[in-house]
Structure formats: structure tokens, C-alpha cells
Design a protein. Sequence first.
Length: 114
Amino acid sequence: QVQLVESGGGLVQAGGSLRLSCAASGNSFSGKPMGWYRQAPGKQRDLVAQISSGGTTYYADFVKGRFTISRDDAKNTVYLQMNSLTPEDTAVYYCNRIWMKWSWGQGTQVTVSS
């Protein structure tokens, strides 16, 4: 059974940066497109960024130019570097596969103060 563990969230002021990490146990990221998602209170979970097995990336318009997704398959870890954060980025952030999703992890809370 796969367990996804997200970390790196916290409280940051607007304009600040955070780096999120997502590690998996029980299965490998290798060869699988992976994504970061976020869910704000009362809203649906949205895809923020995704990365293919070959490193091709895609970003939602609302984070383009500010966030960078990367992966280290040797460490079975996916990262999300978040810069120029705004209060609108406040949400719980999750990682998962793009297709054939595993069970969701607990996520990591990101709170951006104005």
C-alpha cells in the first residue's frame, strides 16, 4: 500500500518562499507522471503543477512563473518550490499521480499572511 507524505508547509509572509517535498513509500514514482494539488477551505482540489517521467512540466496559470516542480526518482521524492507567495496560495497542498491516483496523503498546510 502506497503512503504519500507531504512536508515543508508553514506560515510565511506574502512574497516569501517555501519548498514542499513529497515522498512515497510502498511504491516508486519512477516512470509515473506526478502532480502537486491544492485545496483551499470550501473549494475543490485543483492541480497546481505536474511533471512527466521525462521531466516535462505543466503549471496552472495561477502559479506559472512562481512555482517550480521537480522530481528525484532516486529519492522517490517530488518537490514544489514556491516563490512570490500570495495569500491566495493559502491551502493544503498534496501530491499524487496524475492518472490512477494513489490514496491521498495528509497534505501539508501552507498559510500566506498579507
